[in-house]
Design a protein around this ligand. Structure first.
Ligand code: AMP
Length: 344
């Protein structure tokens, strides 16, 4: 098992970028995925956020694309705008010394600006399915040189109703190409897409044990409903985490709790799907920059949030299933730091 990225056939540009990012040891999903993509195989990978999956395709894609080619060579589909931006940033950092250009395409954002970006030299395009398809249909995204397609969080995209869009996008990609699909779960529709569009895909599973990050201390408190706010305040004061994420199961709860925390003098903001995109961007920016240190969110809104300084995750409401639990607490203890997770 490679214990260092230098054991892979990667160019100096990529290795120095990884060095700068302080990625030294490949994560389990990277150990399994990177060589297969480099070999030219289709991949079907069961893995979740926090496992290092973005770099597991970002590294080989940055290695494989040819800088001189003026047309996009790789397309990465992601379910939400937040995740698309995150993926774009990760790939940009990995490809920085190779000067890889990575435009990102998502809805509810000016079309013409994206068209401008696509007119420049582009190597890897990242986007959400609806907007990517718009660009394909209007011929503002040149698909003629695409050789790599990544479908990230495929189950999430199907849940959001993107199946038809994804299948139409797949029809646009010329042969031959490599298809790499990531999904946290493997329901029937995913297997159907795999069967229809992938060729001898290598199946990769990262077992659960490797998913829960060992550097997270997990606490459980038996609390009466009306005492939750007091317990939360006490824990916040005692541990004084740099950044905290507080999860609620409903949008209403997010609003209520945010108000209560603000009333108690905390720098807290809420994030959920009913808010306008511009509002959500503002909240996320404030949190990323540490202007607000407590983010109260629903599971869906928090998907794709990747902020390294989150020191505590609070499950103000118990998550509805254990996959959510893993997702939630995986927001802390990132990039080798220790984190704490509190469940009420
Ligand atoms: P992801 O599963 O793609 O959301 O990645 C989770 C986090 O791990 C991100 O903050 C990455 O920057 C970080 N990461 C990815 N690969 C490595 C690695 N090999 N070593 C250290 N950190 C990594």
């Amino acid at each position: 098992m490679p214990s260092s990225f230098t054991e892979y056939p990667l160019s100096e540009e990529i290795l120095s970028a990884l060095e700068q990012l302080q990625y030294r040891t490949p994560t389990p999903v990277q150990v399994k995925v990177i060589p297969e993509i480099l070999k030219g195989k289709d991949v079907l990978a069961k893995s979740q956020t926090g496992s290092g999956k973005t770099a597991s395709f970002g590294i080989p894609l940055c290695e494989l694309v040819e800088w001189d080619e003026n047309r996009p060579q790789a397309l990465v589909l992601a379910p939400t705008r937040e995740l698309a931006i995150q993926v774009k940033e990760d790939i940009f950092h990995i490809g920085r010394y190779k000067r890889i250009n990575v435009p990102v395409l998502f809805g509810r954002s000016p079309f013409y600006k994206q068209v401008q970006a696509l007119k420049q030299k582009t190597h890897i395009v990242v986007g959400t399915p609806g907007r990517v398809l718009d660009h394909m249909e209007r011929k503002t995204l040149d698909t003629s040189a695409i050789r790599y397609l990544v479908i990230d969080e495929a189950d999430e995209m199907l849940n959001m109703g993107f199946r038809e869009d994804i299948e139409t996008i797949l029809e646009y990609i010329p042969e031959p190409h490599q298809t790499i699909l990531f999904s946290a779960t493997m329901p029937k529709p995913i297997l159907e897409i795999t069967k229809k569009y992938q060729k001898d895909a290598v199946t990769i599973k990262v077992v659960k044990k490797e998913l829960t990050v060992p550097s997270i201390d997990q606490f459980y408190y038996d609390v009466k409903r009306k005492e939750k706010i007091d317990v939360l305040s006490r824990l916040l004061d005692y541990y004084d985490p740099k950044l905290s994420l507080v999860f609620c199961n409903t949008k209403r709860k997010v609003d209520e709790l945010t108000n209560e925390l603000q009333g108690r003098g905390y720098f807290a903001e809420g994030l959920h799907g009913d808010m306008k995109q511009s509002q959500r961007d503002r909240v996320m920016n404030n949190f990323r920059k540490g202007k607000t240190d407590i983010l109260v969110a629903t599971d869906v809104a928090a998907r794709g949030i990747d902020v390294d300084d989150v020191e505590a995750v609070f499950n103000y409401d118990i998550p509805q299933d254990d996959e959510y639990y893993v997702h939630r607490i995986g927001r802390t203890g990132r990039a080798g730091r220790t984190g704490r997770a509190f469940t009420f």
